[in-house]
Design a protein around this ligand. Structure first.
Ligand code: ZN
Length: 470
């Protein structure tokens, strides 16, 4: 006995058509018109869209940062993702200093074990490029890990130098790994930050002055150039601004194997938020993330790039911290930086809101088609990160990760009704049209309206294949 989703409109990255979908076990077994109902559990999707579940390739669940940890773990964060229509995500397994990439992966497997309720994979995050990691890189694909990430910023903690970045790219090119970079010039940021602190400039909005657009554009240019020289497949994470997009576009025009993502927050939440409010000047801390929020003009450039395939994906960089943490059982949060903006943990909540925000602004806003929406939020992430066509599409034999989407439903986003472990929402008060109605993970209904039907331990590790260059 299977599940028959009747009368819906199927939307994939390539097609829109009316058809029924039959799910047997964990996979899609048949797609067609007027499929027989006898013996099946029927779900009526009349008036609804049936799309592949969302894939968020940039998240940080339970990430330790100086003095605290991001507030969503592998259960709360994944459940929140599911309420937002996402069935898979890829998190960053951080190499411990002096340790191996495998140590980092083992630690992240432990975090997810028994908690995961959607499917998940890992990127190997290089933080300490001792000789040992070059022996490990060729073996990562056997562990189902085909992407490595390096950070060009966060001097003194995560930042790697150009020698390391280039060596890893050369190794990645040899072994068919995808290189992801956080592209900001960490040396420049460190100097600017020291200067601001020396002048007593400690309020949250000085975070913007420490992270200029040109520092992102410059690092993007450097990473893109090195990808061109080494032949490594490059994916620039969380691109925020016109200057950086321009550098990626130049690289793509030259035929370099480079790609990039933006995140939903950069499309609608802008740098003025860091000024805080009259009644609470520190409220700007809620919006401190790196790279920082930019301007509405940058957002328009990002939308053009998302529409014309200069950028390939929309992720979240979900990395939540409470505004008022360190009490009531909460880990310390943004209050850590009350006296000094450099101590504000960097990151925003968003794993739950990605699809509704991107749909509302993009599709309702006339900037992208529903097919392009699926490409940016599911199909392209699946292809770039070695999950396609098992994930990211609706096809016979694919995992039955199915999102039934109500394009007419209207909701107002609010922290009061969110599932993320956080005491605020960066989209607070945003009225959106289009909302997830039901979500199936490998054939199992895990979200039905406001009801949670998933289970801890129901999520599975994704052993990924090699990346595709789009
Ligand atoms: Zn990140």
């Amino acid at each position: 006995m299977g599940i028959l989703i009747k009368n819906g409109t199927i939307v994939t990255a390539g097609d829109t058509y009316a058809a029924d979908v039959l799910v047997e076990g964990e996979v899609i077994s048949l797609i067609g018109r007027r499929l027989a109902e006898a013996g099946q559990t029927v779900v009526d999707a009349a008036g609804k869209l049936v799309m592949p579940g969302g894939i968020d390739v940039h998240t940080h669940l339970e990430l330790p940062v100086s003095n605290t940890v991001s507030s969503d773990d592998f259960f709360t964060g994944q459940r929140a993702a599911a309420f937002g229509g996402t069935t898979s995500h890829i998190d960053f397994a951080i190499q411990p200093k002096g340790g191996s990439l495998s140590d980092g992966l083992a630690h992240w497997h432990e975090k997810a074990a028994g908690k995961a309720c959607i499917d998940y994979g890992f990127h190997a995050n290089v933080t300490d490029a001792h000789e040992g990691i070059y022996a490990e890189l060729p073996e990562l694909p056997e562990q189902g890990v085909t992407s490595v990430k390096l950070l060009m910023a966060y001097k003194g903690t995560f930042q790697v130098d150009d020698t390391t970045l280039f060596r890893v790219m050369q190794a990645a090119a040899r072994h068919g790994l995808l290189v992801m970079v956080h592209a900001e010039n960490g040396d420049v940021i460190a100097e600017l930050t020291a200067g601001l602190l020396a002048e007593g400039k400690v309020a949250p909005h000085y975070h913007l002055a420490a992270h200029p657009e040109a520092a992102e554009a410059e690092a993007t240019c450097r990473a893109v150039s090195m990808a061109g020289i080494s032949g490594a497949l490059l994916y620039v994470v969380h691109m925020t601004c016109a200057g950086a997009v321009e550098q990626l576009a130049i690289g793509r025009a030259k035929g370099y194997p480079v790609m990039g993502e933006s995140c939903s927050q950069y499309l609608i939440v802008f740098e003025d938020r860091l000024q805080g409010a009259d009644e609470d000047p520190f409220a700007g801390a809620k919006y401190v993330c790196s790279p920082p929020l930019r301007t509405e003009m940058d957002a328009e450039v990002l939308w053009e790039a998302l529409a014309d395939q200069t950028l390939q994906a929309v992720s979240t960089d979900h990395c939540p911290f409470y505004y008022e943490g360190g009490r009531d059982g909460r880990p310390p949060g943004k209050e850590l930086g009350r006296e000094n903006f450099t101590r504000i943990p960097n990151g925003l909540p968003g794993i739950e809101d990605r699809l509704v925000v991107t749909w509302h602004l993009g599709v309702n806003g006339g900037r992208i088609s529903p097919n392009r929406f699926v490409a940016l939020t599911s199909a392209n992430p699946a292809r770039i990160f070695g999950l396609y066509p098992r994930k990211g599409t609706i096809a016979v034999g694919s995992d039955a990760d199915l999102l039934i989407w109500d394009p007419a439903a209207r909701r107002t986003i609010s922290a009061g009704r969110q599932h993320m472990a956080c005491d605020y929402n960066i989209y607070e008060g945003l009225e959106v049209q289009g909302w997830p109605e039901k979500l199936f993970l490998r054939g199992r209904l895990i979200v039905d309206g406001d009801r949670w039907l998933g289970e801890q331990g129901g999520g599975r590790f994704l052993h990924r294949q090699r990346s595709e260059w789009l």
